[in-house]
Design a protein around this ligand. Structure first.
Ligand SMILES: [Zn+2]
Ligand SMILES: [Zn+2]
Length: 109
């Protein structure tokens, strides 16, 4: 699991446990039945793993366990990319801060 998502304090212990299960067997969370939620530090967003052999996730707006409201900064992220004239905003040459949670932490969002 990434270091950045460990630094994020999640809303409740159950959420944290399903994002980063204590599992030594599955380096890829898509393989682990104990990993239910994917946290995306880049957008500060949460999603449920939709498995069945795919790598899709589906976004959630609230924590299923404690009801904490979640956000998704992807619209803002793509606005920032547009402003910088970056077309390939996910896999292309993106400033380092925008590859992680750093950009929205720096902006204090
Ligand atoms: Zn929660
Ligand atoms: Zn596992």
């Amino acid at each position: 699991m990434s270091k950045l998502s460990q630094e994020k304090v999640h809303c409740c212990d159950i959420m944290a446990k399903y994002i980063e299960p204590n599992c030594a067997h599955h380096p890829n969370p898509f393989d682990c039945e104990d990993a239910l939620v994917k946290y995306n530090p880049r957008f500060d967003s949460y999603a449920l793993y939709a498995r069945f052999g795919s790598t899709w996730v589906t976004s959630i707006n609230y924590c299923p366990w404690c009801g904490d409201k979640k956000r998704d900064l992807s619209d803002l992220y793509f606005d920032r990319m547009d402003a910088m004239g970056i077309e390939d905003a996910l896999s292309g040459e993106v400033p380092e801060a925008f590859q992680t949670a750093k950009w929205w932490r720096d902006e204090d969002l």
